[in-house]
Ligand binder design. Structure first.
Ligand SMILES: [Zn+2]
Length: 108
């Protein structure tokens, strides 16, 4: 009974784990990308790749409704419409005017 110990793995059979397949995410250049304001932004459309000035559509959010409720309670009911008129209280959805692709949302 002079066998080598069971369970012992010689070093030469060791195999390093396979390297991860590297997925390189190509970032858009600094001129393009996520909208950074609630105003129309000049970007390169990810859909049609044209340089466009985005079309912004403001959308009331939960926060807009909360502001309306607060103003209604604290002041008076005509103030309810104020948050809906203020762009800063709403999300800005950017769309491409060329192909109408949705580009991104800017929230304050
Ligand atoms: Zn487009």
């Amino acid at each position: 009974m002079s066998n080598s110990q069971p369970g012992f793995t010689p070093a030469q059979t060791y195999q390093p784990p396979p390297p991860h397949s590297q997925t390189v995410i190509i970032q858009a250049t600094s001129s393009a990308g996520v909208p950074v304001s609630n105003e129309p932004t000049r970007i390169v459309c990810p859909s049609c790749h044209a340089q466009v000035l985005t079309t912004v559509k403001h959308q009331a959010t939960t926060r807009t409704h909360c502001w309306a409720l607060v103003l209604c309670i604290l002041f008076c009911w005509p103030c309810v419409c104020v948050p809906y008129c203020m762009k800063s209280c709403q999300n800005a959805n950017h769309y491409c005017p060329n192909c109408n692709a949705f580009i991104g949302t800017y929230s304050n």
